[in-house]
Design a protein around this ligand. Structure first.
Ligand code: HEM
Length: 169
């Protein structure tokens, strides 16, 4: 999977700040349920909180690319484990890998539609790459020890406290 460049990370941050996240999450779920009604029963009736949580994850992820070398950015190792846990929660709800493809494509579609004036090709590519990194992390297996730094537990605890704040759990 391709890493992001510093320009792409900057484009993502700028794009996220310009978004009306409530409107984005609203149209995203509405379209999802219209086109793929089979996933609706997995979701709670009150969707407002989930929309906020979803967008909080993007915010967290977008701010969590680290420079590896030669201006190439990838998701911090410390985020992989919490993302795997979020992925496992999804698996338990009945979410399968194909759902991620559907959701990612739909999210991009709604992003483009709602942000026509600011959505350059570079912004679009940056979102695509960020979503790809996020999906790979959520679908990666826990026994992929190579992904985890030795300080896994401390970092994981730290992340959970951040998640609690950001996701207001
Ligand atoms: C980029 C991918 C995704 C991200 C970042 C994401 C993020 C989240 C977050 C943060 C939560 C709340 C977890 C909590 O309350 O602790 C959640 C819940 C949920 N997500 Fe996702 N999600 C993603 C993809 C998907 C996909 C593809 C589906 C299926 C179509 C899905 C279905 C659900 C469901 C059913 C819940 C549980 C709602 C509930 O019962 O409260 N998610 N997701």
């Amino acid at each position: 999977m391709e890493n992001l460049t510093s320009n792409q990370v900057a484009a993502l941050k700028k794009s996220l700040r310009q978004l009306d996240t409530e409107k984005l999450a609203g149209e995203f779920y509405e379209t999802l349920f219209t086109r793929f009604p089979q996933v609706k029963p997995m979701f709670p009736t009150d969707m407002k909180e989930l929309g906020i949580k979803l967008m909080s994850v993007f915010e967290l992820v977008i701010y969590s690319f680290e420079e590896k070398s030669h201006n190439q950015f990838s998701l911090q190792d410390t985020l992989i484990k919490p993302m795997q846990e979020l992925g496992k929660q999804h698996e338990a709800k009945g979410v399968v890998p194909e759902h991620y493809t559907i959701a990612n494509n739909l999210l991009l579609e709604v992003l483009v539609k709602q942000n026509k004036a600011t959505f350059s090709a570079e912004v679009e590519t940056s979102w695509k790459l960020a979503l790809e990194h996020l999906t790979v992390a959520m679908l990666s297996r826990n026994d992929d020890k190579a992904l985890l730094p030795a300080t896994e537990h401390t970092l994981r605890d730290t992340f959970h406290s951040i998640m609690k704040k950001v996701l207001r759990k």
